[in-house]
Design a protein around this ligand. Structure first.
Ligand code: HEM
Length: 431
């Protein structure tokens, strides 16, 4: 989601890999200067950012029929990467959503939790070696590989190990130029993503163990959606990218925050130990660990993976005192909304206790916290993400103490999701 920002904005720090400006920082500055609704890009179509819960509700929920997903960025994604649930509209979207929704139902959660436990164990075998020789790990490289594998197993029941490094490495280089077809990293990534998704489908078709009621199982059984080779590929690519990049972002920033706040990490580790004793954190334990949930929520407040949600006005509208001409882009940024000082005291401070305070939670207006979006297009993977993120974080915390090796703070960068601008190096030791 690279966006070209209002050039009257202050200069931004250079983004990695050609992103040029730094949209997160610029949006945050504009939101503080310009109020709750403002034009944030130059050029056409005119693009507004709304940064107030009532307006969020107006666009994403009440106005869902009057605002489409057909923004330039989504259209670019649909033509050059994949056109499926993330970008489809109308009757096609409704059909796709109802086909895939059951795969994300609560009854599939225990299987996801088992996959998480196994894959964290696999990662730990490697991290144990790194800890033993005192070699720091590259946090985001490892979390993206971990989450790609978990996502492939949870949604497609295919072990993606042969392609993990290729997928995450190539995509990491291509994301800054995502949808810019003229750039070589983009072309390389496009071909690799399509190829890997094809291999995932072939690996699944070759399996002997019959039907599994996951995303790919449902797609393969649906004569309609499976009609073309391209449609199936687009679904696999959409689900893989939206499933793993987002959750990896939460794990990366969550562990980064915990490494920066050892007091929170210690408190959390001891609470987990009180509940689990010597055994590995399990799905059934999550209910007894509200602080773990609060750490995940606070991480997604400060670093919401989906940092901008765009819509296009299908007809003229008025939001607050501002006229919105038909055809304009109207965007919501969970990043600026979650740091709005009117709703969040000391907004830039990492403080999970704000999600433990029942009264503050009750008093906060609806639609001030929307990491998974709002309205009919809300995230289909919410149930999975809400189990994957605390289980991965908690299980890694049970095993390791983590010390940041980087000099200075790591800045976030808003691309497809929020990623670190530079590698985060962590030194591990046994907990
Ligand atoms: C912490 C993790 C996640 C976050 C923060 C997140 C965030 C979001 C947000 C904000 C949207 C709404 C976009 C819009 O309104 O335009 C969305 C939609 C979507 N997400 Fe997620 N997501 C996460 C995990 C997942 C996972 C695990 C999957 C799949 C396994 C997934 C698949 C999707 C899909 C397919 C859509 C489009 C749904 C539709 O339009 O019907 N997401 N996500």
């Amino acid at each position: 989601m690279t966006i070209s920002i209002d050039t009257t904005a202050p200069p931004a720090t250079s983004g990695q890999g050609g992103a040029g400006r730094d949209p997160l920082r610029v949006l945050a500055i504009l939101a503080r200067r310009k109020g709750d609704i403002f034009v944030y890009t130059t050029g056409q179509p005119q693009s507004f950012l709304v940064n107030r819960p009532e307006y969020v509700r107006h666009v994403l929920v009440d106005g869902a029929d009057r605002y489409s997903k057909d923004t330039p960025i989504n259209a670019g994604f649909a033509t050059t990467i994949a056109n499926a649930l993330l970008t489809s509209e109308g009757a096609t979207w409704r059909r796709q959503r109802s086909l895939m929704q059951p795969a994300f139902s609560k009854r599939n959660i225990p299987a996801v939790a088992t996959i998480v436990g196994e894959q964290v164990g696999r990662l730990a075998a490697r991290w144990d070696q790194a800890a033993a020789i005192g070699a720091p790990i590259d946090l985001h490289a490892d979390t993206t590989q971990l989450m790609f594998r978990i996502t492939s197993l949870a949604l497609f029941h295919v072990d993606s190990e042969p392609w993990d490094a290729q997928m995450t490495d190539i995509l990491g280089k291509a994301l800054p130029v995502l949808t810019d077809v003229s750039q070589r990293p983009f072309r390389v990534a496009q071909i690799a993503i399509w190829d890997i998704s094809q291999r995932i489908v072939e690996a699944r078709k070759a399996q002997q163990n019959g039907h599994v009621d996951d995303v790919l199982g449902r797609l393969l059984q649906s004569g309609d959606i499976n009609a073309t080779h391209r449609a199936l590929r687009d679904h696999v690519v959409t689900m893989a990218l939206s499933g793993y990049e987002t959750t990896a972002s939460v794990i990366t920033w969550g562990l980064y925050m915990l490494a920066q706040h050892p007091d929170v990490a210690e408190q959390l580790r001891s609470q987990i130990a009180d509940v689990t004793g010597e055994r590995t954190l399990a799905l059934e334990d999550l209910r007894a660990l509200p602080y773990l949930n609060a750490v995940v929520k606070e991480t997604m407040r400060l670093y919401p993976p989906a940092w901008i949600i765009g819509r296009r006005a299908l007809e003229d509208d008025r939001i607050g005192e501002t006229d919105i001409p038909a055809g304009s882009v109207v965007a919501v940024s969970p990043y600026t909304l979650h740091r709005h000082p009117r709703y969040w005291p000391d907004p830039d401070r990492f403080d999970p206790r704000r999600f433990m305070d029942e009264r503050a939670e009750r008093d906060r207006p609806a639609f001030t916290y929307i990491p998974f979006g709002a309205g009919p297009r809300t995230c289909i993977g919410t149930n999975f993400a809400q189990v994957e993120a605390p289980l991965v974080l908690g299980q890694l915390l049970q095993r390791y103490r983590m010390r940041l090796v980087n000099d200075g703070e790591v800045q976030p960068q808003g691309i497809f999701v929020i990623v670190p601008q530079q590698p985060i190096h962590i030194a591990l030791s046994a907990a």
